[in-house]
Design a protein. Sequence first.
Length: 293
Amino acid sequence: MASGDYNVVIDVDDEGDLGDLEFNQDLEFHHSNFDDDQPRGKVQHGENRSASGGLFSGSAPARSASGGTSGKRFLWSLDFYAQFFDVDTDEVLKRCWAALFPKTNFLDLLEGNPDLYGPLWITTTVVLILFLSSTIQGYFASEHDVPYRYNFDLLSGAAGLMFGYTGIIPIALWGVLKWYGSESANLLECLCLYGYANLIWVPIAIASASPISILNWILVGLGFGASVLFLIRNLDPVVKATDAKTSRILLIAVILLHAGLSLTIKILFFHHTSPVAKPAPKEPPATTPSFMF
């Protein structure tokens, strides 16, 4: 029975008898709050997406622990960028596992909270391992009677290649999708997707320290296949927001660009005749002194 703003619950048995019901004159009624919106422990997908989808649009609302807004994060403030690293270790590990062994759509796993923490450290790790593996391979392929010289140009080349590819390609893809009117395209999700796709190159780079050329080609091929399938599987629903012809062109472009990255990694870092590898300086031939009589 309900009256006004009050809710009253009366227990009635099967025969309709109220039993020995005694009304207490001191009974108090309180306003019901069952219809009030209860704060959720986790931001909903659409709500968080609206906050992160406005990247570089000026400002995004800063949510407090209670679910309300505590102010605005401006582009020039550290709080604006801190929201892109708001993940814990368990979430990063879960996303890394999903990138290596995908079972569901990776963008759904993000739950509207893409991060840059994982992509930053994954790409940095790939850069360092590419340099170390290439150095080890160059050492075994070099002549041991000549002192081996480390080539730090490989380190700067790896950093330029991996960070350039992981940063420029997702931004370009997001711009093209926005140009063709895709409402589901999200810049942070594109950066996050490409960043976690680099994870496969960590074991590939470690194993490619072998001086066996055919083995390196096989490993790089496996790395390309696993990472490009991961990208296509997750980008396919996004690019399908455009027309059929544009979506096919975009997917082909993604495959070709990723193939170019894989070939570049193989040629520059896993080949003893790498174009950026500096040959060891040759010692001048010994000359015998000549005597004039």
